[in-house]
Design a protein around this ligand. Structure first.
Ligand code: HEC
Length: 112
């Protein structure tokens, strides 16, 4: 019994870590180009075609101070969930959790 519990415990740690470890930046880029670049720009600098008409402007993701959890939260739940603009929509219903993890991993690669 003790070993079963220990195995379950270790397995859950591995499974949780894998959400980030297995994140696929190429898949994340594909989603980003399709869903986010129009506002945030192809390189994430906040300079997408829709950017100039938006107030507040789309965030410059190359300079974000949010950690993975913070990025995941605003992308999943949208701006208003974290006291930000509703122009930043919630993507929790259009993207699965692992797809959001891919996008977060891709945003990490844009950071300067
Ligand atoms: C319609 C335009 C628009 C689209 C599309 C959009 N965003 Fe945003 N996003 C914004 C705006 C505007 C803000 C700034 C909100 C504020 O400052 O109150 C923002 C803020 C953010 C932030 C917060 C960054 C920080 O450092 O505070 C993240 C992360 C983000 N967006 C990621 C994404 C991702 C990923 C996608 C695609 C899945 C996406 N956004 C699609 C407009 C957009």
């Amino acid at each position: 019994m003790k070993y079963v519990l220990m195995f379950t415990f270790l397995f859950s740690i591995v499974a949780v870590n894998n959400v980030y470890a297995a994140a696929d930046t190429a898949a994340g880029k594909a989603k980003f180009d399709m869903l986010c670049a129009g506002c945030h720009g192809a390189g994430g600098a906040g300079d997408g075609p829709a950017g100039p008409s938006l107030k507040p402007p789309p965030a410059n993701l190359t300079k974000t101070k949010l950690d993975d959890a913070g990025l995941t939260k605003i992308i999943t739940e949208g701006g208003p969930a974290v006291g930000r603009s509703p122009t930043m929509a919630a993507f929790g219903s259009s993207l699965k959790a692992d797809e959001i993890a891919d996008v977060v991993a891709y945003i990490r690669t844009l950071k300067k």
